[in-house]
Design a protein around this ligand. Structure first.
Ligand code: CTP
Ligand code: MG
Length: 400
């Protein structure tokens, strides 16, 4: 956990993303709270962070999580460097925002954009509209006219129809001057006033809140159905499905363990190579690079470079994975076959699958690990070396 970043001499526009909820309404057994789940290979929280990171005017991004969510948050963020600081929230959304605002070191005149992590599809254009409105107003929120007819209901009976003429549905990010909204939140907490959004806190404090057009796609993921639909939509946006192939061979030499699939396995020999000689991770790295059409492992990590001497090959695989993310894509699956007389891989299969899944940031079910001997034939059969073959499937946005 980092300290809040220093106050600069320039105006700050701070994004404060609240992600400290438990996501009860969307909860599925065994799944993390909705803000940390994957949609289309990227977490809900990461998508919200990405939206603000794309806005050059936003100078800092802060995230609020609940105590105990640190590991989930770390796993959900592929660009932790984009986040200035992570703060601990409270039992309600309002309390999470209050704590987040209190933790910022912004000056009173700096702008703050308070956003629900549960709205991952917020667009740069929408964020820009809120920032623009803050040039001339102390508070601005995106809102959309209500299109459904609204009914007042008691039990299952309609008891009235509410005119929707003047009604709009509020979204986030909601923008304010930091000093004013921070004070309003402190006062609301002191007076035990409960509100469901920050504009309501601002209204209660007597601030004038203006609206800018919201966006239909900026939905708040609330139910499990919302998540499933978002996941399907996000995958549909990655129609360029590509397969890459990788192959590697290393010679056995002196040693007492071999690195295979990111796991150290005791053996009568070691594998010789410039790095840790992990044939499986090398083949996988090349498979991903192949699918990207982005060279090979030797091009990105030349054996002539002293930096990679004895390096853990997880670095190479992680780099290839990051290249997929940088292209806006995801890894659909990874599959390897190890060919060697020894060591036997079966006892280590689960550990290897788990390690590869961890490095690649995908679920274990998307990693295949298989092994075969070479029936004592050839250089593999004579245990002079071992080989790995790998295939990677990735999904990318459409490009030429
Ligand atoms: N939130 C928060 N702290 C809380 C409660 C909510 O930071 N104590 C955040 C959520 O993480 C979410 C946003 O506020 O990004 C909007 O809240 P909501 O959609 O209600 O999320 P949850 O409270 O997590 O979901 P649920 O109400 O279904 O439990
Ligand atoms: Mg809630």
């Amino acid at each position: 956990m980092e300290e809040a970043s220093k106050v600069s001499e320039f105006e700050e526009i701070v994004a404060l993303i609240v992600a400290a909820g438990s996501g009860e309404r969307a909860r599925k057994d065994g799944a993390p709270p909705k803000q940390f789940t994957m949609i289309g290979g990227r977490s809900v929280l990461q998508r919200a962070v990405d939206a603000f990171a794309q806005c050059r005017r936003v100078t800092q991004i802060h995230v609020v999580i609940a105590p105990g969510q640190e590991a989930l948050c770390e796993a959900a963020l592929i660009t932790p460097e984009a986040v200035a600081a992570i703060h601990i929230g409270g039992a309600t959304r309002q309390e999470s925002v209050r704590r987040g605002l209190a933790a910022l070191t912004a000056r009173p005149g700096d702008k703050v954009l308070i956003h629900d992590a549960a709205r991952p599809f917020v667009s740069k254009a929408l964020i820009d509209r809120v920032i623009d409105a803050l040039e001339t107003h102390e508070a601005a929120i995106p809102a959309l006219p209500v299109t459904d007819t609204l009914k007042r209901v008691a039990g299952d009976s309609v008891v009235g129809t509410v005119s929707r003429d003047a009604l709009q549905a509020a979204q986030t990010p909601q923008g304010f001057l930091h000093g004013a909204i921070r004070e309003a939140h402190e006062n609301a907490a002191r007076d035990e006033q409960a509100f469901t959004d920050d504009a309501a806190v601002a209204e209660w404090a007597g601030m004038r809140v203006v609206t800018v057009p919201g966006d239909r796609t900026n939905i708040k993921l609330t139910t499990a159905d919302d998540l499933a639909e978002a996941n399907a939509g996000a995958l549909a946006a990655l129609p360029d499905i590509r397969v890459g192939f990788g192959f590697d061979v290393h010679q056995f030499g002196p040693g007492s363990e071999v690195w295979l699939g990111g796991v150290a396995i005791p053996h009568t020999h070691g594998l010789a190579g410039h790095s840790d000689a992990d044939v499986i991770l090398h083949a996988l790295t090349d498979a991903i690079l192949g699918a990207l059409g982005d060279g090979d492992i030797g091009q990105h990590f030349p054996p002539s470079d002293e930096r990679w001497k004895g390096a853990a090959s997880s670095v190479f695989l992680a780099d290839a994975v990051a290249r997929v993310s940088a292209r806006g894509g995801v890894i659909a699956n990874l599959d390897i076959t190890y060919v060697g007389e020894a060591p036997r891989l079966t006892p280590h299969r689960d550990a290897i699958r788990a390690r590869i899944a961890e490095i690649a940031g995908i679920s274990v079910g998307r990693v295949g690990v298989k092994a075969t001997t070479n029936e004592k034939l050839g250089f593999i059969g004579r245990a002079e070396g071992a080989v790995a073959h790998a295939v990677a499937t990735i999904r990318l946005p459409l490009s030429d």
